[in-house]
Design a protein around this ligand. Structure first.
Ligand SMILES: N[C@@H](CCC(=O)N[C@@H](CS)C(=O)NCC(=O)O)C(=O)O
Length: 205
């Protein structure tokens, strides 16, 4: 039994849904509604004391942290998300981390809520860091169908949810043609399309 504890619009959860799809795994889903603060309920804190999603129960174990989960799936299901030479893998990780460790943490719900207490509007905060971070990602890209050459990698798994988030916050991506070309190419892959938040939107959201 594979169970993903996630939230439909969580980009870290979206990464894991993509990887589960690439692995061709069947999985059950338990929604942890972040706006209702379900992530801090005792049952979820027992799964993840950090009070975050995603959490993946698989192979008789419980995993947290989306990149650790995706790398576990990569290693155990041979997904080739970190392929090539050590230099290739370092570049893939650098791209993935540019999103998952630079843009994403400062745009997390609890961080934006805290900033709002200091008088900074949440939307301004999100747009500032996402636009700056994605512009840097665009500049880091070379040629190739995807973020690193012509093979889907860990970097693409981080990029797609971040672009979804950028669109959600009305960030102008017209000056980022490489990112939007990669987004289009990834959108044609079933595992990416099937993981899209709209497919998991609760009613009411
Ligand atoms: N580094 C963590 C980040 C997880 C994370 O920030 N999750 C967000 C949703 S995308 C969350 O659970 N936020 C709840 C909160 O801020 O209270 C990972 O990659 O799994």
């Amino acid at each position: 039994m594979t169970t993903l504890y996630d939230y439909w619009r969580s980009s870290a959860s979206y990464r894991v849904r993509i990887a589960l799809g690439l692995a061709g795994l069947a999985w059950d889903r338990v929604s942890i509604h972040l706006l209702d603060n379900a992530q801090t309920a005792p049952d979820h804190l027992a799964r993840n004391p950090q009070g975050l999603v995603p959490v993946l129960a698989i192979d008789g174990q419980v995993f947290t942290q989306s990149l650790a989960i995706v790398e576990y799936l990569d290693e155990t299901r041979d997904l080739g998300l970190l392929s090539g030479s050590p230099a290739d893998r370092a570049r893939i990780r650098a791209l993935a981390h540019a999103i998952a460790m630079e843009i994403h943490p400062v745009c997390n719900l609890r961080v934006a809520r805290y900033a709002a207490q200091g008088g900074i509007a949440g939307a301004d905060w999100m747009r500032h860091f996402m636009a700056e971070g994605l512009a840097a990602y665009e500049a880091m890209l070379g040629q190739g169908r995807y973020s690193h050459g012509d093979r889907v990698s860990l970097a693409d798994i981080c990029l797609m949810p971040q672009v979804y988030n950028a669109r959600r916050w009305d960030i102008d991506l017209t000056a980022m043609p490489r990112i939007t070309a990669i987004e289009r190419a990834l959108g044609r892959i079933a595992a990416f399309a099937d993981a899209h938040p709209d497919r998991f939107r609760p009613t009411p959201p």
